[in-house]
Design a protein around this ligand. Structure first.
Ligand SMILES: Nc1ncnc2c1ncn2[C@@H]1O[C@H](COP(=O)(O)OP(=O)(O)OP(=O)(O)O)[C@@H](O)[C@H]1O
Ligand SMILES: [Mg+2]
Length: 457
């Protein structure tokens, strides 16, 4: 079963393809060497035969039959692998180390022939292969000059054997390599699979073990682990947010409910009922607006709103929002000053940025006591534009500046001013959506809230 699984792995199949490609190319290479060597050796044999015949013919012309006979006798005794036969017109032997003219020769059209002959060896007679060329001499004599080719065949056989062995060895080594590689890979992948199964079964704390080699499997494992960490963090965050939401919405809902309950406890006049209902509607409006703020924050955080980004003039936003809040400041006897100069364009969502600036101005007016001052302006800095709102109220202690950005967080000092603690959360989400930044600083006295946004390129 394990073997079957191993054979099915990608690594093994890849190894197999490599083995095949390698075996085919090795085979082609050795085959080429074989063919060229054997044809070279054959050509060499034919060439020496030819040269020898030319020489012998020359001798015959100069020294006649006795001379040629003499030479043939000499040469026949000198070499074992050279074959000679000088014969009469009826092919009967005159001289040479071949006893009879080969009868069963396989003849080629160019005068060459391949045949077997009998050679005297220690324990009898051996049939051996030879290649020869025959030649007719003037005067009707026949001359045959040949070579024993058993040795040449031997070399050829050696090469054939080498070819087969090389092929078999390549295959065997390749298969073995394939097995080893796939086993190794399988065990690494199995480790990842095991961990993911554990996680799927509910053990979210499990992480893939790293081998420390630093290869692509380690990289995959560490990416998976980082992803799991990120998911855990997000899940923890989600849990906290939903806990907070549930907790913070329960209070106004309870208030609404008990108000209605108290109203029903004893009979009342039309006027009282009407007032209670109006109160209930206003409570419900507050809840709806809290829900809307929450939804808006979630949408800004999710990043989907980036699709609506367009060039947005921040100076215009400063003008619009100031117009909206000036009467509010005036009503509270706060000196309100808005400085808006030439257009400062950034890429973003106009309504979200307006909402964020509105929240910042709203805070400044809300938390600054009567008689204070609030100013709003936009300021360019290298590559960025910053919306600034400054007041001279109580400010936010440094220790609380990160905390107030969280949903529903309101400082103790603001307990008696209305609000849901979502205003700065939205500003922070808008900053994050635009890849900008929200910064709270001490204005000594008061607070400077800065919303930094990237300028439109
Ligand atoms: N300009 C400011 N001066 C002093 N304290 C501030 C200022 N702005 C914000 N805060 C403090 O930070 C808290 C969070 O502000 P945030 O705007 O998020 O909520 P909120 O104003 O209480 O309610 P909401 O804005 O949702 O109506 C406030 O409750 C307040 O305690
Ligand atoms: Mg606020």
């Amino acid at each position: 079963m394990r073997l079957l699984k191993l054979l099915r792995t990608t690594a093994f199949r890849l190894a197999l393809v490599y083995v095949l490609v390698f075996a085919v190319s090795a085979g082609l290479l050795i085959g080429f060497i074989y063919l060229s060597t054997s044809s070279f050796m054959a050509a060499q044999t034919d060439e020496t035969l030819n040269a020898e015949i030319t020489g012998l013919e020359e001798q015959y012309r100069q020294r006649g039959l006795p001379g040629l006979r003499q030479i043939i006798i000499e040469r026949s005794s000198r070499s074992e692998s050279s074959l000679y036969l000088l014969a009469n017109a009826d092919l009967s032997r005159i001289a040479g180390n071949l006893s009879i003219w080969p009868a069963d020769a396989e003849r080629e059209p160019n005068g060459y022939m391949n045949f077997t002959y009998d050679r005297q060896v220690a324990d009898g007679i051996e049939k051996r292969l030879a290649r020869a060329r025959q030649f007719r001499l003037p005067g009707n004599f026949y001359l045959l000059v040949g070579r024993d080719v058993v040795d040449r065949r031997g070399v050829e056989d050696l090469i054939t054997d080498a070819l087969l062995w090389a092929g078999a060895l390549t295959l065997a080594l390749g298969l073995l390599g394939g097995f080893v590689i796939s086993r190794n890979m399988m065990s690494r992948i199995e480790a990842i699979n095991r961990t993911s199964r554990d996680i799927m079964e509910g053990d979210l704390s499990r992480r893939v073990e790293l081998t420390g080699i630093g290869d692509e499997f380690d990289e995959l494992a560490s990416n998976l682990n980082d992803m799991l960490d990120q998911i855990s963090r997000l899940m923890a965050g989600m849990r906290e947010v939903s806990d907070n939401i549930a907790h913070d919405l329960r209070t106004p809902l309870n208030r609404l409910r008990s108000r209605l309950e108290v109203t029903l406890m004893k009979p009342q006049g039309d006027q009282e009922y009407r007032e209670a209902l109006e109160q209930a509607i206003s409570d419900a409006d507050g809840l709806i607006s809290t829900f809307n703020s929450l939804l808006l924050i979630t949408r800004a955080e999710s990043g989907v709103l980036r699709e609506n980004f367009a060039p947005t003039d921040l100076s215009a936003i400063v003008r619009d929002m100031s117009e909206l809040y000036e009467p509010v400041a005036e009503a509270k006897n706060i000196a309100f000053r808005a400085i808006s100069g030439p257009p400062v364009t950034c890429r973003g969502d106009r309504s979200l940025i307006s909402q964020a600036l509105g929240n910042m101005i709203d805070n400044a007016i809300k938390y600054t006591p009567s008689g204070g001052a609030v100013s709003v302006w936009v300021q360019r800095e290298a590559g960025t534009a910053t919306l600034k709102v400054r007041d001279n109220g109580p400010g936010i202690p440094e220790a609380d500046r990160a905390r107030v950005l969280q949903r529903f967080v309101r400082l103790e000092a603001s307990r008696h001013t209305p609000g849901s603690g979502l205003g700065l959360s939205l500003v922070a989400a808008v900053a994050q959506l635009h890849e900008g930044e929200l910064q709270l600083d001490d204005a000594g006295p008061g607070l400077i809230a800065s919303l930094r946004l990237p300028l439109d390129a």
